[in-house]
Write a protein that binds this ligand. Structure first.
Ligand SMILES: *Cc1c(COP(=O)(O)O)cnc(C)c1O
Length: 370
C-alpha cells in the first residue's frame, strides 16, 4: 500500500468509528465480529444458481448457505422437508422473490399490503406487473384488518396475495398473519399466499413472550429476514424462505454453470452466507433471544428517559424502536435519525449502549423548549 492509500483508509476508519458512536436511528446491529473470517474475505466466492444444486464453479460456500437456510427455515417453522430459500442481497430482493413465487401461483390475484409496508413492496409489485391494493394502517402502524376484509371482499377475487410486515420501518409495528388469514376467510377468499416481510423483526418476533404470529405455522407461505439489521452482517444481505412446492412453478433453466437458475441474481455473493453462518455459530437461537431482550430493556429505558425530560414519545409493545417528536435538524444529522412526518425514532439494536442513549437524551435536553 502506498502512503496516500493508507492515509485515505485511515481517515475513513476514523470517520466511520465516529459515526458509529452515534448510530442509533437506523436498524443495524453494531456487535458483529468478523474474527476468523478475514482470510476468506480475500477469496473469490460465487454461489451462482440454486444453493442446493452444485455448480462446476467450485469457489462457493453453498454448504454454508444450506446451513443458514436450514437454520432460518427452522426458526420460521417451515415444513421440515418442504422448504427452499437462498441468501439474497437484502430484503428488497427477498420481497421481490416472494412476490414472484406468489404471482406464479396466483397470476391474477391482487397484492394487499399496508400503508406502513416498506417502499420495496410497491416497487416490486410494479416490477412484476401485479396489481397492488393499499390497506390502511392503524395509528400504531399495524394493518387495519377490518379494512383488509372490506377491500378483499369488494375485489371478489377468489385468490389473494398479502404482504404482512413484521416490524414496520418507522414504528416497528407487526402485522398478525393470524388476523390476516381470519380477515381473508371472512371476505370469502379461498386461496392465498401471505408473505411475512420480517426484514426488521423476523429474527426475534418468534422468540418473544408472547410470541408473535407471523411464521409458516401461523399461516405464512414465505418469510424473509435482513442480514444487516438485527443479525449484524456488515454488508447488506437477506434470507428468503419459501415452500419447496411453490418454486416448482418458478421458471428455471439449466445452463453452463451446472446449477439451476432459480434466484433473482445469477452470480451471488458467497461471502454473505458465510457471514450469516458465523453469526449463527456465535449466537444461536438463545443468543438472538438474549440480544433482543437486552434491546427491549434499553428501548424501555430510552422511552422512560424521553418521558422524564418531557419529550413527546411512544413505543409499540415489544419493539426496539422508540418514536419521538423530531428534534431540530442538527440533531437529526448528528444522531442519524430516520425522520418522517414530524417523527423520528431511535432503535435499540444490539450494540447500542446505554451511554449512547444518555448522550442523546442530554442533547435533547439542551434544545428542549422550556
Ligand atoms: C429494511 C427493510 C426492507 C428492505 O431491505 P433492504 O435490505 O434495504 O433491501 C424491506 N422491508 C422491511 C420491513 C424493512 O425493514
Amino acid at each position: 500500500m502506498n502512503g496516500l492509500t493508507e492515509m485515505r483508509l485511515r481517515a475513513l476508519s476514523a470517520r466511520l468509528s465516529d459515526e458509529r458512536s452515534r448510530f442509533i436511528g437506523f436498524p443495524a446491529a453494531l456487535d458483529f465480529d468478523a474474527v476468523g473470517l478475514e482470510p476468506i474475505m480475500r477469496t473469490l466466492l460465487n454461489n451462482v444458481g440454486d444453493p442446493f444444486v452444485r455448480t462446476w464453479h467450485g469457489m462457493n460456500t453453498k454448504d454454508f448457505e444450506q446451513e443458514v437456510i436450514a437454520f432460518f427455515a427452522k426458526l420460521f417453522r417451515a415444513p421440515e422437508d418442504g422448504y427452499w430459500g437462498y441468501v439474497t442481497n437484502g430484503s428488497t430482493e427477498c420481497n421481490l422473490y416472494a412476490l414472484y413465487v406468489a404471482r406464479e401461483k396466483y397470476p391474477a390475484a391482487p397484492v394487499y399490503y399496508s400503508s406502513a409496508a416498506h417502499y420495496s413492496v410497491p416497487k416490486n409489485v410494479h416490477l412484476l406487473g401485479m396489481r397492488g391494493v393499499v390497506v390502511p394502517a392503524q395509528p400504531s402502524g399495524e394493518m387495519d384488518y377490518a379494512a383488509l376484509q372490506q377491500l378483499a371482499g369488494a375485489q371478489m377475487s377468489s385468490a389473494a396475495i398479502v404482504v404482512a410486515t413484521i416490524g414496520t420501518t418507522m414504528t416497528e409495528a407487526r402485522d398478525s398473519v393470524t388476523s390476516i388469514q381470519r380477515a381473508l376467510q371472512a371476505a370469502g377468499v379461498r386461496e392465498s399466499h401471505v408473505h411475512a416481510d420480517g426484514a426488521l423483526a423476523g429474527a426475534y418476533a418468534g422468540l418473544l413472550t408472547p410470541r408473535w404470529p407471523f411464521d409458516f405455522q401461523d399461516g405464512a407461505s414465505s418469510v424473509n429476514v435482513s442480514g444487516h439489521k438485527f443479525l449484524g452482517s456488515p454488508m447488506p444481505s437477506g434470507v428468503v424462505i419459501v415452500k419447496r412446492a411453490d418454486i416448482e412453478r418458478v421458471r428455471r433453466s439449466a445452463n453452463y454453470t451446472g446449477s439451476i437458475d432459480r434466484t433473482i441474481s445469477g452470480s451471488r455473493n458467497g461471502h454473505l452466507p458465510l457471514i450469516l453462518w458465523h453469526a449463527i455459530q456465535r449466537w444461536g437461537v438463545m443468543g438472538f433471544k438474549h440480544r433482543a431482550e437486552q434491546g427491549l430493556a434499553l428501548a424501555a429505558y430510552a422511552h422512560a428517559e424521553l418521558q422524564r425530560i418531557g419529550w413527546d414519545s411512544w413505543r409499540n409493545p415489544q419493539a426496539l424502536t422508540v418514536m419521538l417528536a423530531a428534534p431540530p435538524e442538527q440533531l437529526i444529522f448528528k444522531w442519524q435519525l430516520a425522520t418522517a412526518d414530524g417523527w423520528s425514532h431511535v432503535i435499540c439494536m444490539p450494540g447500542v449502549r446505554k451511554a449512547m442513549i444518555d448522550a442523546f437524551v442530554a442533547d435533547l435536553g439542551e434544545v428542549r423548549p422550556h
